[in-house]
Design a protein. Structure first.
Length: 60
């Protein structure tokens, strides 16, 4: 259960970080940040998949 909580916290942190990046650049970040955004978004997507699988395993 603590692993699921940790994953949820990491997801929220990444989502907040991504929002801050976009807001800081007028919702149009420079090209080099778009590449970094892609990596972060991929990691975020993977965390969401893991979270969903854990929820299925524990019956949520």
């Amino acid at each position: 259960m603590s692993k699921l909580k940790s994953i949820n916290e990491e997801i929220r942190k990444l989502e907040k970080d991504l929002d801050e990046i976009f807001e800081a650049h007028g919702n149009e970040p420079p090209e080099e940040l778009l590449e970094r955004f892609g990596y972060i978004q991929g990691y975020l997507d993977a965390l969401n998949v893991v979270k969903d699988e854990l929820e299925l395993l524990i019956g949520r």
